[in-house]
Ligand binder design. Structure first.
Ligand code: THU
Length: 138
């Protein structure tokens, strides 16, 4: 799977967004180390706070299917007719990534079009982070 193909899958996931309240549709495509791809979209709720972001939907689908090791995730998000901006993951999603991914290795592909994306490392989006190692017994 190329980075471009992963970005394309994030746009496919975005078409299934359930976002009647914000009108901001997001999509994510998560590549596991074993090659499996998990798609996610945002799923909003009338009570607002139960809303799940596209990235977490993809991660929770993956983890619930047994994947524990990940290579990269592509993320897209925009309102209709407002394409062309990057959609950086929210803080909660960054922390969920931190649970399962090596901050030095895990790549986050932010796309503003299927052809135009940039690649960031988790360590740069979540510096000095708290993770599973911090709770290891000494
Ligand atoms: N959202 C995501 O799905 N991912 C992000 O990285 C940022 C925000 C969703 C949550 C909500 O449904 C909508 O976008 C507006 O915040």
């Amino acid at each position: 799977m190329t980075a471009k193909e992963l970005v394309k899958l994030a746009y496919e996931a975005q078409t299934r967004s359930y976002s009647p309240y914000s009108g901001f549709a997001t999509g994510a495509a998560l590549e596991a180390a074993d090659g499996r791809i998990f798609l996610g979209c945002n799923v909003e709720n009338a009570a607002y706070s139960p809303t799940n972001c596209a990235e977490r939907t993809a991660f929770f689908k993956a983890v619930s299917e047994g994947a524990r090791s990940f290579v990269r995730i592509a993320v897209v998000g925009n309102r209709p007719n407002e394409a062309g901006n990057y959609c950086p993951p929210c803080g909660v999603c960054r922390q969920v990534m931190r649970e399962f991914c090596d901050p030095e290795q895990f790549e986050i592909l932010l796309a503003k079009s299927p052809q135009d994306y940039k690649v960031l490392l988790l360590k740069d989006l979540l510096p000095e982070s708290f993770g599973p190692e911090n709770l290891e017994e000494v």
